[in-house]
Design a protein around this ligand. Structure first.
Ligand code: HEC
Length: 221
């Protein structure tokens, strides 16, 4: 039946390609679905954490820090459990990075505290004398853009079905209703900090960038 095909090298090559490509897709596609499946218990980022993540992106912390622990003993001894693909299910984009001038940060929330980050971001050398990381003092006065992060949460909920609650709606009212939740989360962090300007700003309903960034770093576990 297929003699004509076997005698025609061109169509035969095309046929082989089609068969192999199809088989390849059947093997590869389910893995993509698996990779985007969240690990058990994974929650989407809160609006405050998303704000912090945006600061991390904006200032390119990724240039010096990775967020991907490889399955090697030296890494798991230092940072903990190696990273699983499902842990990045709500990362858009993921921030794996490829350069480690500083340490990996994927589980930094397990061994650093709000207080430690406050001192470190203000003046890295005050906690790690030989540090070459730059200071980020302006984070203590710059006010973070939480509204954009809220819009981002609403967008990924609608576009990618990220499981945010029904209260996440693209309206001014929904945002106003959600804002006190973000402020309460910020206040809990500011309470653990010593910087007076930060505490005052949060008490006045404004969130300095440092608070959002620490919320994000504490979440990395
Ligand atoms: C020029 C490279 C560089 C940049 C940019 C940089 N870091 Fe670092 N970072 C380092 C180095 C080097 C260390 C290790 C020394 C230290 O702890 O200060 C470090 C350490 C850290 C630690 C402590 C990790 C641990 O396990 O002790 C945190 C947290 C951190 N950086 C966060 C950030 C954040 C957030 C940003 C972006 C706002 C940033 N870094 C930008 C180089 C950098």
């Amino acid at each position: 039946m297929f003699h004509w095909l076997e005698k025609n090298p061109f169509f035969f090559a095309v046929g082989v390609f089609v068969v192999i490509a199809f088989a390849g897709l059947i093997e590869i596609l389910p893995n993509f679905a698996e990779a985007s499946r969240p690990v058990a218990g994974l929650k989407p980022y809160t609006v405050l954490e998303l704000t912090g993540k945006n600061i991390y992106k904006k200032d390119h912390c990724i240039a010096c820090h990775s967020q991907l622990i490889r399955p090697f003993k030296a890494e798991t001894d230092r940072y903990g459990q190696y990273s699983l693909s499902g842990e990045y299910a709500y990362d858009r984009p993921f921030l794996w990075g490829s350069k480690r001038t500083g340490p990996d940060l994927h589980r930094v929330g397990n061994y650093r505290t709000t207080e430690w980050h406050e001192n470190h971001m203000w003046d890295p050398k005050s906690v790690v004398p030989q540090s070459i990381m730059p200071a980020y003092k302006h984070y203590f006065t710059n006010i973070a853009d939480i509204e954009t992060a809220y819009a981002e949460a609403v967008t990924v909920k609608n576009v990618f079905k990220t499981p945010y609650g029904d209260e996440f709606q693209p309206t001014k009212e929904a945002w106003e209703a959600h804002k006190p939740i973000v402020l309460a989360e910020a206040k809990a962090i500011a309470d653990d900090m010593k910087n007076k300007d930060v505490k005052e700003a949060v008490a006045n309903g404004q969130i300095p960038e440092i608070v959002a960034l620490i919320a994000y770093l504490n979440r990395l576990k």
